[in-house]
Design a protein around this ligand. Structure first.
Ligand code: NAD
Length: 252
């Protein structure tokens, strides 16, 4: 129970990677606070599974909703900015509202939660800030202009925060998964089929898994285990890093 006594907010934790991270932290004794959308019954089940976890349905595109959530959540030991979204379209056809939403959720929301979480961490002299970036923080794929920009951006933001807090016992790191089989990936398959003129199977094998030398999707639980490591005492000197878990994608 290495995280006993620690309070952790994981954004976008009602599904996919965020849920796996929340489960990994809860298994090591952390008090987990959930955020994200979803069916009421499913969320109630997750809250129950995670030891009566508090859930905030705050829409992270709304700064006042973030501020209300952070005030109500109280001081945190661990903040994981994980909520994210994707849209796939050529740059000259990219819907401007989608650009704003992707930058808003994947990048700007993390700025707001971080600025509100940092004072308590600094005061305590301990904290863990983890941002879910992506292999697309290190490399690009066509038709994902907003996503690639947001994920490259979150790495720069994370490095800056890491430097600012380096002597305060607070680390800040990114995790950069390759393709993980979650709702986010499933949701981009139809648009990718359209943008590239491919079948569903071709998108999975020739676009997604083609990037990963292992030819396997990353499992959400594997990403959860990496987040847990970054929260441990042994990771106190890991800060400002961008850890890949991408089946070798960015090694090429
Ligand atoms: P997902 O769609 O399964 O989960 C997204 C979560 O974010 C959900 O809990 C959802 O309710 C929440 N969310 C969405 N919009 C929100 C908003 N406006 N306010 C609050 N919460 C909101 O997706 P996932 O694949 O688990 O993605 C999680 C993170 O991992 C994202 O940042 C994504 O970019 C990143 N990522 C995913 C992959 C992948 O292959 N799935 C790869 C690399 C990085």
């Amino acid at each position: 129970m290495v995280l006993k006594g620690k309070r952790a907010l994981v954004t976008g934790s009602t599904s996919g990677i965020g849920l796996a991270m929340a489960r990994a932290l809860h298994a090591e004794g952390a008090e987990v606070i959930l955020n994200g959308f979803g069916d009421d019954t499913l969320i109630a089940e997750l809250q129950n599974e995670l030891g009566g976890a508090v859930h905030f349905g705050a829409n992270l595109l709304d700064v006042s909703a973030i501020e209300a959530m952070m005030a109500e959540a109280g001081p945190l030991d661990i903040l994981i900015n994980n909520a994210g979204m994707q849209h796939v379209a050529p740059v000259d056809e990219f819907p401007t509202d989608k650009w704003e939403a992707i930058i808003g959720l994947n990048l700007t929301a993390a700025f707001h939660t971080t600025r509100l979480a940092v004072p308590a961490m600094r005061e305590k002299g301990w904290g863990r800030l983890i941002n879910t970036a992506s292999a697309h923080s290190l490399t690009a794929s066509p038709f994902k202009s907003a996503y690639n920009a947001s994920k490259h951006g979150i790495v720069g933001f994370t490095k800056t925060v890491a430097l600012e807090l380096a002597q305060n016992g607070v680390t800040a790191n990114c995790i950069s998964p390759g393709y993980v089989w979650t709702e986010l990936i499933k949701g981009q398959i139809p648009d990718t089929m359209k943008a590239r003129g491919l079948t569903r199977e071709q998108v999975i094998n020739d676009v997604l898994l083609a990037k990963q030398p292992t030819k396997k999707f990353v499992q959400p639980e594997e990403v959860g285990a990496l987040a847990l490591f970054l929260c441990r005492e042994e990771a106190g000197n890991v800060t400002g890093s961008n850890w890949s878990m991408d089946g070798g994608w960015t090694a090429e």
